[in-house]
Design a protein around this ligand. Sequence first.
Ligand code: NI
Length: 389
Amino acid sequence: MATINRFADLHDDITAWRRDLHEHPELLFDTHRTSGVVAAKLREFGCDEVVEGIGRTGVVGVIHGKTNKSGKVIALRADMDALPIHETTGAEHASKTDGKMHACGHDGHTAMLLGAATYLAETRNFDGTAVVIFQPAEEGGGGGKEMVDDGMMDRFGVQEVYGMHNYPGLKVGEFATRVGPLMAATDQFTLHIEGLGGHAANPAACIDTTVVSSHIVVALQTIASRNTDPLESIVVSVTSFETESKAYNVIPQRVEIRGTVRTLTPETRDMAEAALTRIVENTAAAYGASATIEYERGYPVTKNHADQTAFAASIAREVAGDSMVNDDVDPVMGGEDFSYMLESRPGAFVFVGNGDTATLHHPDYDFNDDLIPVGCSYWAKLVETAMPA
Ligand code: NI
């Protein structure tokens, strides 16, 4: 593996930063301590510009190379927020806040990008400008969108943007990416089904909302099995089914159903929304019930651009070796709000192996600190190669 030697020296420091962030997890846009730590470190490293409060609690650092003949501006992005999960790792650096934990490794992403920033500010061995982006609220709040909407890309003249996420199950230092859709669009729905409640012993006098709703749950499975091209990918999952009553002898008046729809193309996404609406309204009507539908479009597809993905894969090969890079991995149906940055500028998102650890969002998950020199080297080489001195 051809990691940059400087990161072997910095490994202990960056690990300490990572573990400090892990001990102090913050949710969504509430990353005040984390943002403060990030901004203070970027200033300490000698970044040419450090701006806080972009997209509420986002932080951006600017590092100029030794020269700027190329006029190029390359941005690297990390996420900072944690999850509302009770940590069970038992690690010495475990969360000090009950019910919050870094279960997605954003502590590691932030620490690795800080590591890259200190190296880039120290060496400045490139011709152009590196922009480091630290975003809040990746886990559902759309912090990436807020930063883009706040004018970040224009303000800092960003021309290309790159993102990275650790991936349990891939070996440490193994990279995976692909051109085109890498992660799914994530939509969610809430269905309110209303029938006619009454005594459970007298169903003929009722419109049994539970039965109607059960038919709806089953019928929704046909969006994937009957409405979607068999070569396309889609997930329709019902994740919550709640009746108004917990009694044994009451047919409830109302049922609320929740779930998620994951797709990889705009066409499938539109089709799924239309099919869901049609199935829910008409199934309810078929049994004499009524339905109201709240369909909320979440993060768009994380779609990698061809040239930038080929470039990112070439950097990964340089850092990790040919056999450790898969540049045509299957997409995953999770979502990522780096998608908004990729809608705004060309770029690429890569997965990097976290080793044989608990899965993301699991209470036993912990970011693997062995990954630090790999991730930092990837960032640094990406900048130095995109804008050679
Ligand atoms: Ni994550």
